[in-house]
Design a protein around this ligand. Structure first.
Ligand code: ADP
Ligand code: GN1
Ligand code: MG
Length: 360
């Protein structure tokens, strides 16, 4: 990466910045660009994953969404630079730059912390409120303006087809070592169509959703622990509230990290589930239908299944999609997801009761 070349396009004041890897995202290369110690002297520089995204279309979406959220936040008396993701425009008004080695964008740095594991239940409650509020905000956004940047992103039937294709090819010869995990996925095939069929027949509405509602896509204030902003808007597209709810549970109700090798530490925390349900349903109010609410508990299993299947697909395919930092990283990730699914399958009646009681 040639930092000087990138910065030539921007009118950012300051000299000799430091530029260091930042955060724990799996998709883009994220760096903290610091011209000094003050918050206003820091930026987030991202090399956009152009294997995945059509960058022109992606940044068109991001500009529309962030402009919308900034305007709403300002009209409600908030501080858009702190509470919203904000793209820094180039000297000629563009939202990204293209250099020889790829595409880059710069965001205003939001001084907050993102967690990989829930530290305190109240933080997860706040995260739930933040995603609930975000859902309400997006309800007012015209999603027909957006490109579907990753088509069929949460179409679990398609994810299953991708999985079986990759399994059949077995390009790395890894299938023989993970028969148990493969059988785990194959034996749950009937999960795939349960929500998508309801979206297709109109029982569940298609809405504009975030689609990647991990705890680490929310920033918390370092001192007050309030939720500051929902970030990582790359996948904002038409989708289902069930997916957003389920994905947040998948990541946040795990007592350990998404890639813990020691599965004894990986457990589904039903108390955290209850906490999230309470925060989410309170914040979303009547912005969710009874049909959607009825699928929330199952959605947590579905999204965990889909994500585990995606990690296993990537492992079999040679680790091209999710960033990996060690051997078998995607396999370890798949295993944590499958452990959580086993827990949730046992707890499903209790989870359903929690949702129903909370809606009374
Ligand atoms: P990925 O798509 O790879 O997950 P993200 O956009 O989520 O990339 O960024 C990765 C991490 O970088 C986030 O989890 C967060 O910790 C941090 N981050 C991203 N954008 C900002 C920002 N504008 N201000 C502060 N931190 C940020
Ligand atoms: C990726 O971008 P990031 O790290 O927030 C992925 C999600 C997965 C998640 C699993 C665009 O999220 O779909 O659920 O990893 N994002 C994309 O941790 O594929
Ligand atoms: Mg992210």
């Amino acid at each position: 990466m040639n930092l000087n070349e990138i910065l030539q396009y921007y009118s950012i004041n300051g000299q000799n910045p430091s530029c260091t890897p930042y955060g724990e995202g799996h998709i883009n290369d994220t760096m903290l660009l610091a011209f000094g110690c003050g918050t206003s002297e820091k930026y987030v520089l991202q090399k956009i994953n152009d294997r995945l995204f059509d960058v022109e279309k992606l940044m068109n979406n991001i500009t529309l969404i962030t402009d919308f959220i900034r305007a709403k936040t300002a009209s409600r008396g908030g501080n858009p630079d702190r509470e919203c993701l904000t793209v820094v425009k180039t000297k000629d008004g563009k939202s990204f730059v293209k250099t020889e080695d790829g595409y880059y964008r710069i965001y205003i740095f939001i001084d907050g912390v993102s967690y990989q594991v829930v530290k305190e239940p109240k933080d997860f409650y706040r995260c739930a409120e933040a995603f609930g509020r975000f859902a309400n905000l997006l309800a007012e956004f015209d999603a027909t303006q957006l490109f579907e940047v990753i088509p069929k992103f949460h179409d679990t039937e398609k994810r299953f087809r991708d999985f079986t294709e990759v399994l059949e090819k077995d390009v790395c010869g890894r299938a023989k070592g993970v028969r148990r995990e493969i059988d785990f996925v194959l034996s749950r095939k009937d999960y795939c169509g349960r929500i998508i069929s309801k979206l297709k027949n109109g029982e569940i509405p298609v809405r504009c959703t975030h689609n990647d509602t991990k705890l680490n896509n929310v920033l918390f204030d370092r001192t007050t622990d309030e939720c500051i902003a929902v970030i990582d808007l790359d996948t904002v597209m038409p989708g289902s509230l069930c997916y957003d709810f389920g994905d947040a549970i998948r990541f946040g109700c795990n007592t350990s990290t998404e890639d813990d090798k020691d599965l004894r530490r990986v457990n589904f925390d039903i108390n955290l589930f209850k906490t999230f349900v309470e925060g989410y349903l309170k914040a979303i109010g009547n912005g969710i239908t009874a049909a959607e609410t009825g699928q929330l508990a199952f959605s947590a299993i579905l999204m965990t299944y889909e994500c585990g299947m995606r990690f296993l697909t990537d492992y079999l395919d040679g680790d091209h999609y999710f960033r990996t930092a060690r051997e078998n990283h995607n396999l370890d990730r798949a295993r944590t997801q499958f452990k959580l699914i086993e827990d949730m399958e046992r707890l499903l009646p209790e989870m359903e009761k929690i949702v129903a009681d909370c809606r009374k």
